[in-house]
Design a protein around this ligand. Structure first.
Ligand SMILES: [Zn+2]
Length: 487
């Protein structure tokens, strides 16, 4: 199947062609671990999980790296302000190292709860300090750096294509220079590769700046990496000089990703990534997610309101990664309801048998429900620029057909295969979350059916109530009763 993605580099939906056939090298900009991830942060990781899953469904071997920013991300993306980790440490009365380890664990926990496939490499910036310093050294040797009082900077005027990726208007930037502009910088767009710890202060996280990187200093200069540096250093150390796909949020395009490209390509002379995928934001009730607005929802907040992480996953998959999402609790409730209905279709596999032909596709008749074509259609929809809304619509259509069919016309094995295609591509855990009912309940259903056939309505009603108390709803068709989960 042809895979197509919107590529920020070209501005088009391009056919995905990897460097090595059958293999995809992916880098994802990861979280800054100074607080819990918001549902906005998490939505983007659900989109990229869909990317990984659809590549795998198309038989790609995926090698993926995600960084964990545990140092150097300042409160302003323009290299000014406080380090978010050091700030978080003060807030919580801990060290930056403790903060990093606590919120890294919380992030991994959130990934598990959302059923996100863990990248083979979750790389902490602090584990790659030497790689980052080596990159600074190479850039210095090639003449791309200069030093000012607070650190070593990348000179963007030496990299002529700097503005291309984000279509930046550097002159306009200069004219509208913001207050935070550091007057020692040569160009407005220059960025810090390595920052020095201010004299007279001590950071929790700091490293000695190698002597050969500093100009005129007899004393030890402590410092820490700039935020952008880690992504280039980590991805090139693990995956090599050119990536197949780089992912991130659209807010990264003008600064963070432009800087990643500049510092990587200045060193290698090669293209840093062939594909760049960017996700739009998720808003909450129509406004941007921010702490001051009190809409800084985490997974724990949703659980307190009665929603599971997989309900949220369903909500996110209903939208396309390139459209701005709008999160509301009503929307989440609708997603939860949809998922509940899907689970009840998944539970039908416990009530169907291989009564019809082994190979349903070969001997189809009007009554049997065909699912093979739908499986293919789901993969095709997602292969087309992660079209999950379309995939969900296909599933709804198929499920409607299944719900209308008699149990004997649903092939047990085909249903199981269809459910595994859905779980594999969308990660909704339909099969895992729908266990069979126990023998006691099955016995009650048999008794209730006998009562119904004997037209003993009082007994039938009483047994139906009993089942309901135990979380099982009966749906009566003409000649059969189907059980469903109440919640
Ligand atoms: Zn990055």
């Amino acid at each position: 199947m042809t895979l197509r993605f919107h590529n920020t580099l070209t501005g088009n939906i391009d056919e995905f062609v990897p460097q090595t056939p059958g293999k995809a090298l992916i880098y994802t900009c990861g979280p800054t671990v100074y607080d819990y991830a918001t549902i906005g942060n998490l939505a983007s990781y659900i989109y990229w999980d869909t990317l990984v899953r659809i590549l795998m469904a198309n038989d790609f071997e995926v090698v993926r790296v995600m960084n964990i920013t545990d140092v150097g991300h300042l409160t302003s993306d323009a290299d000014e302000g406080e380090d978010k980790l050091e700030k978080g440490a003060k807030r919580d009365g801990k060290t930056a190292w403790e903060i990093a380890s606590f919120y890294t664990a919380a992030f991994i926990d959130a990934m598990n709860q959302l059923n996100l496939i863990k990248p083979q490499y979750l790389a902490k910036a602090t584990d790659y300090i030497q790689d980052q310093l080596n990159l600074v050294r190479k850039l210095k040797d090639k003449g791309f750096t200069y030093q000012i009082s607070d650190g070593i900077y990348f000179d963007t005027s030496k990299f002529p294509s700097y503005a291309d990726f984000a279509h930046l208007d550097l002159d306009a930037q200069k004219a509208g220079a913001r207050v935070e502009f550091n007057p020692e910088k040569r160009n407005h767009s220059d960025f810090a590769l390595w920052k020095f710890t201010p004299t007279g202060t001590k950071r929790d996280m700091e490293w000695e700046t190698p002597a050969d990187l500093i100009e005129e200093s007899d004393e030890k200069v402590m410092g820490f990496p700039g935020w952008h540096l880690e992504c280039s250093a980590i991805s090139m150390s693990i995956l090599g000089e050119t990536l197949d796909i780089h992912t991130g949020g659209i807010d990264h395009i003008p600064v963070h990703h432009s800087n990643e490209i500049a510092q990587s390509e200045a060193v290698t002379g090669k293209r840093f990534s062939n594909f760049w995928l960017h996700n739009e934001f998720l808003k909450v009730n129509g406004t941007k997610i921010s702490k001051s607005l009190g809409n800084f929802f985490t997974l724990a907040d949703l659980e307190n309101k009665g929603f599971t992480p997989i309900d949220f996953r369903m909500f996110v998959l209903q939208g396309n990664y390139r459209n701005e999402g709008n999160f509301t609790l009503e929307g989440l409730a609708a997603a939860k309801n949809r998922l509940h209905n899907w689970r009840n279709v998944a539970a039908l596999r416990h009530q169907t048998h291989d009564t019809i032909q082994a190979d349903e596709e070969k001997n189809q008749n009007e009554k049997t429900v065909s699912l093979y074509a739908s499986s293919q259609a789901i993969i095709e929809a997602i292969s087309n620029d992660l079209g999950t809304p379309e995939a969900l619509r296909i599933i709804d259509d198929s499920f409607t057909k299944i719900l209308k069919a008699r149990l004997k016309n649903i092939n047990h094995q085909t249903l199981i295969k269809f459910l595994s295609t859905i779980d594999y591509t969308l990660g909704l855990r339909l099969v895992d979350s729908t266990p069979d009912i126990n023998d006691d309940l099955k016995q009650l259903i048999i008794e209730r059916n006998s009562a119904r056939i004997a037209k003993n309505w009082d007994k039938a009603d009483e047994l139906r109530k009993k089942l309901l108390e135990r979380g099982i709803v009966l749906r009566d068709n003409e000649n059969e009763s189907i059980w469903e989960y109440k919640d």
